[in-house]
Structures are given as structure tokens and as C-alpha cells.
Design a protein around this ligand. Structure first.
Ligand SMILES: [Fe+2]
Length: 255
């Protein structure tokens, strides 16, 4: 089973299209939430994501941009973009966003894996360090391989013999299409973040996604990808929509 993992697309049409063009053959797609918010193509992105028919877990921006949660929790820039998104989204997309399920979810054909936006214990938690990861690894009843988003940072954490350690893909260049594979050990547990398609924050501006391969005789494997996309076009759309300039600037910084 080859599962394409997408997360935090954040209404970035150019990044999404580029990721889908670069994606290797896969059996299905899993989407870890935050389809909208920040960037300026919410309707186009909703349309494409819905057409994929992939299962999703909702993100905090999916809730905020569809009116399910108050914008008080957001900083000013995020709130401005969420308000703009609410006003821009077509009614059918608003309705679809409101109905997205809260994680964790498990796929029928991937019982060893679990999918969340933030963390297994809290859909809004940022798993940014080994302490937070360790707490989640210790919760009973969760899968050995947990795929998460929300931080916009590609990589994750491993847990073995009571020890939690971070990991991140190592790439040779900062400008090309690159990939990094890691084999998953059966005795180890994992929290794995495919990275953000539409607003990476790990210092690498390239759009991020991952492929999870499992089943058959070969050991399970995750391959992380980074792909350059037309970031200038995305920036122009943000400015043309009168969204805060900072949202355009941060894309090229990967912050
Ligand atoms: Fe996000």
C-alpha cells in the first residue's frame, strides 16, 4: 500500500499542483488538515482536494475559516486571513469544511497507522519537541505509526526503549526536487510529519509531502519530498487579494 500524505496545504494552489505532479505512484491519499487559511486560493484548493476523494482530518484553520471556532485564538495575521477566507469561500466548500472529522482517524487498510492534525491527545497541540512527543507516545491505545501535521515542520520523532528522539530528512540541495527515504523498524514507534504543502516553516521554502509504503515483504518505509514551486505566483495572489504582505514574504523564507 502506497499512501500519499499531504498536510497544511493552506489554500496554496501552486504548491498543491506541483506536489501532485511530482508525487510518485500511490494507491490513495491521506490529508492531515488545514486545507485553507493564510494563502489566497481557498476555493480552487477545496475543489481539487475534494475531487481527490481522500480521507481527511480537520485542522484548526479548517474550523476557524468555516466558522466552527472563534478567531480570538488566532494572531492578527491569521485572523485576517481566516476572515477573508470565510468571506471568499463558496457555500458548498464552507459546508464541506465544517463536516470534516476530528482526528485521530485510522484507515481500514492501514491498521498500524493513525492520522491526526495536531497530536493524538489534542487536535490543536503542536508536537515540536521530544517532551511533547514522548507524552503522546505514552498514551495507551494508539497506533505505532502516527502521522501528524500542524507544525509545518517535516520530520518527526521516534520512540524506542522508553527514549524519544527527533529526526529530520537530510537533503543534498536547497533548490531542486529532492527526496529522503527512511525504513521504519518494527520495534520502533513513530510520529511522522510529511511537512506543509502550502506554508513550510522549517527554513526550506519548497513544498513538502511524503509517501508511506507498507504491506508486502519489504519493510515499511517513508519517503519525504521537497519540490520547488512557483512561489512568486502564490505571493502575487496574496497581494492581489489584499491579504497581509507578511503572508507573501514568509513563503519564500520557509518561516
Ligand atoms: Fe497549518
Amino acid at each position: 500500500m502506497r499512501l500519499l500524505l499531504l498536510s497544511d496545504i493552506h489554500a496554496n494552489l501552486e504548491a498543491l499542483k506541483t506536489c501532485l505532479d511530482a508525487a510518485p505512484p500511490h494507491d490513495r491519499v491521506m490529508n492531515l488538515g488545514d486545507v485553507v487559511g493564510y494563502n489566497a486560493s481557498p476555493n480552487e484548493v477545496c475543489e481539487r482536494v475534494r475531487a481527490m476523494g481522500s480521507p481527511l482530518v480537520r485542522g484548526n484553520h479548517d474550523r476557524a475559516c468555516s466558522g466552527l471556532t472563534d478567531l480570538k485564538e488566532f494572531n492578527l495575521v491569521a485572523a485576517l486571513s481566516a476572515r477573508w477566507t470565510q468571506e471568499t469561500l463558496l457555500p458548498q466548500h464552507l459546508e464541506w469544511l465544517r463536516a470534516l472529522p476530528q482526528g485521530p482517524v485510522r484507515g481500514d487498510d492501514s491498521p498500524d497507522a493513525e492520522f491526526v492534525h495536531g497530536s493524538p491527545r489534542d487536535e490543536d497541540e503542536y508536537v515540536l519537541n521530544p517532551t511533547t512527543a514522548s507524552f503522546n507516545f505514552r498514551l495507551p491505545g494508539h497506533a505505532d505509526r502516527i502521522f501528524f501535521g500542524h507544525t509545518h515542520i517535516q520530520g518527526g520523532f521516534t520512540h524506542r526503549n522508553g527514549k524519544t528522539q527527533p529526526f529530520a530528512p537530510q537533503y543534498e540541495t536547497g533548490e531542486d526536487v529532492v527526496q529522503f527515504s527512511m525504513t521504519l523498524a518494527p520495534e520502533e514507534r513513530y510520529l511522522i510529519n510529511p511537512g506543509s504543502v502550502g506554508q513550510p516553516r522549517d527554513g526550506d521554502w519548497r513544498a513538502a509531502f511524503a509517501l508511506y509504503e507498507t504491506g508486502g515483504d519489504a519493510p515499511a518505509k517513508v519517503t519525504f519530498y521537497r519540490v520547488p514551486y512557483d512561489v512568486e505566483q502564490t505571493q502575487q495572489r496574496i497581494l492581489a487579494a489584499n491579504l497581509p504582505e507578511r503572508l507573501a514574504l514568509r513563503l519564500k523564507l520557509g518561516r
